[in-house]
Design a protein around this ligand. Structure first.
Ligand code: PSU
Ligand code: MN
Length: 303
């Protein structure tokens, strides 16, 4: 048993009874959305997982422990403390285990802790990817390497156009990560249902996705899979305003010399400001939509 892993009672009970569990990340809470919407959304997402038949396991690092399943007070702490919580990816984990400071786990770190816990399905908003201009900056999210090595399926709404979506998909292909479109042939771009880039495979139901994931892992193929679930049409924001805001935000980040792991939260905040909150509303809806699909998929996997 991993001495750092602390599984909540409800998650532990579900796993030992073979019931479906869905992992949820916490960078989106502390760094991805402002308070109080971050807290409200985190609780609504857990509820959406429950309503669709699975047990939620929000993941974070607290008090020197890798926590799978948080109490409401812990989620509230992550939401209120916001940017003062360390954004924790794979490289940060050992430091937080030693210094006891809180960490909000990225997709990469959440996948690691989910796998340790025995959780195979994980819902988030958008994944990190290859940033635009990466041929110069080499800024490629650790999320992509994690998808290559860690056996957890991540349900997301695609990747934001703050990234180079074409290069992100190339990178995933190189590393053998299957990209599955849920009822779509077009890889979604987070706020928008289409990016113009094709997914590898389109599957139309949670049971078909579950069969493919089971085949992959039963055959001994390690590593993750990406399930791309487009934002519902009714919640898609006006495309032009989001695209314009994205371009302005990227230019501003460049001028201000923002680098490393601060870029993604900076761009998210700036786009929200420039779209008058429209991007935040869309963000909340797409995360809920992903939580519902992930729960239905976890139910199929548990059969
Ligand atoms: N993309 C989003 N919203 C997010 C993130 C990415 O649209 O909240 C967060 C996720 O936690 C993801 C992390 O794992 O940012 C990626 O950060 P970086 O690009 O520094 O690897
Ligand atoms: Mn980065």
């Amino acid at each position: 048993m991993n001495p750092f892993l602390e599984i909540s009672p409800s998650v532990k009970a579900a796993l030992s009874n073979g019931q479906p569990v869905v992992a949820l990340e916490s960078t989106i809470i502390s760094h991805g959305m402002p308070y109080p919407q971050n807290l409200e959304t985190a609780l609504q997402v857990e509820q959406a997982v429950r309503e669709n038949g699975a047990v939620p396991a929000t993941i974070a690092i607290i008090g020197g422990k890798l926590k799978a399943g948080l109490a409401e007070a812990e989620i509230e702490f992550l939401g209120k403390t916001g940017l003062a919580v360390t954004k924790a990816s794979r490289r940060d984990i050992p430091f937080l285990l030693n210094n006891g400071k809180p960490g909000a786990t990225t997709v990469a770190a959440t996948m690691i802790i989910a796998e340790m816990t025995g959780i195979r399905i994980f819902a988030t908003g958008g994944i990190g990817g290859v940033h635009r201009g990466a041929s110069e900056t080499m800024d490629i999210s650790a999320d992509l390497q994690e998808l290559a090595r860690t056996s957890v399926a991540v349900v997301c709404a695609g990747a934001k156009s703050i990234l180079d979506i074409g290069l992100t998909l190339e990178y995933l292909e190189t590393h053998g990560v299957p990209v599955i479109g849920y009822q779509t042939n077009d890889f979604p771009a987070f706020y928008t249902r289409k990016s113009g880039y094709a997914v590898d495979y389109c599957l139309n139901s949670p049971s078909e996705i579950a069969k493919v994931l089971n085949a992959k892992w039963l055959a001994g193929l390690k590593g993750g899979a990406l399930i791309a679930n487009p934002i519902p049409e009714v919640h898609e924001p006006e495309v032009v305003s989001v695209q314009a805001a994205t371009e302005v935000a990227i230019a501003e980040a460049g001028r201000m010399g923002i680098r490393g792991n601060e870029i993604t939260p900076y761009l998210l905040g700036k786009i929200k400001e420039l779209t008058g909150g429209e991007s935040l509303r869309a963000n909340i809806e797409l995360v809920l939509n992903n939580a519902r699909l992930a729960a239905r998929l976890a139910v199929e996997m548990a059969k």
